[in-house]
Design a protein. Structure first.
Length: 289
């Protein structure tokens, strides 16, 4: 069955989410709506809607004009099982002691690696992106240096690959949180598929203000593989929910943004312990003073 996408750009996060909310009430109703920051310093955000029927071009034109967005670009997507295609084309990823693979590569798992089963789905974090791989390698480094567990939070967890990596090699209470309910559904399915039911608690939460996150803190380790904007705005909350001597693994940071993010966290009580670059992306390990 042919499907359709409608894409536009708009200035400002609040405006982008406002437009996305209105899009969800369109007829025909979109199957999904996404909001993404364009990380080029322009302040622009992309708003994308996915439809199983051709969207109403006139209605979209009115919405873009009312909200001050660029006109929507409507594209037809050929009939294809994209998840199956991605599964076939994604090769396994080795990141330190971890081996991230899809079920189609179950016969390739080395005996000397910690396996993490992640199939392509509607959530970020298959292990192939430089930020996810960087976080796994940073965590592998921490474990090699003696980190043994405690209270661990995977903030903005996506598929929960980082929370599951922690659950497989260290002890303690582990929470995976995300603002997106779809991501949490995917995370819960992944936790079960990896035999970790009861080890990772998956919750829908924005930031660290949710009671489920407040009650479990402060944390010995926080993963935050998100974007520069949220990392900067959440720095005081993350600091407040980190124990003295605790560790942070931060990514979703373009290389040219790393110095700014590091400076913000230094002002909030952290020392930079390690910085690693994979392609365009930087991963930071920080320690709470």
């Amino acid at each position: 069955m042919t499907s359709f996408t409608a894409l536009t750009t708009i200035t400002g996060e609040d405006a982008a989410y406002g437009l996305a909310e209105v899009l969800e009430s369109l007829e025909p109703e979109p199957m999904g709506v996404g909001v993404f920051e364009i990380e080029d310093g322009s302040g622009l955000w992309e708003v994308a809607a996915y439809f199983l029927q051709r969207p109403d071009a006139a209605a979209l034109a009115v919405l873009s004009a009312l909200h001050g967005a660029k006109p929507f670009n409507i594209s037809e997507i050929p009939d294809q099982d994209w998840v199956a295609k991605v599964q076939r084309e994604l090769a396994p990823v080795e990141a330190g002691r971890f081996f991230v693979y899809g079920s189609h590569d179950a016969d390739k798992v080395p005996k000397d690696r910690v396996p993490l089963l992640i199939d392509a789905a509607m959530a970020f974090g298959t292990g192939h992106h430089g930020t996810t791989k960087g976080c796994l390698e940073a965590f592998d480094h921490l474990v090699s240096e003696g980190f043994s567990g405690g209270r661990i939070l995977d903030l903005g967890c996506g598929t929960a690959v980082l929370a599951m990596a922690a659950a497989k090699v260290v002890q303690g209470a582990i929470i995976a949180s995300d603002i997106d309910p779809v991501a949490i559904e995917v995370a819960q399915a992944n936790v079960i598929a990896n035999g970790l039911a009861g080890r990772v608690n998956c919750v829908v939460a924005a930031g660290l203000a949710a009671p489920a996150l407040q009650d479990e803190g402060p944390y010995d380790l926080i993963f935050a593989n998100i974007l520069k904007g949220p990392l900067v705005s959440l720095a005081p909350e993350i600091s407040a929910q980190s124990v003295a001597g605790g560790r942070l693994i931060l990514s979703g940071i373009l290389n040219e943004q790393a110095a700014e993010v590091t400076a913000v966290y230094q002002r909030n009580g952290f020392n930079l312990l390690q910085e690693a670059v994979i392609g365009d992306w930087t991963t930071l390990i920080l320690g709470k003073k």
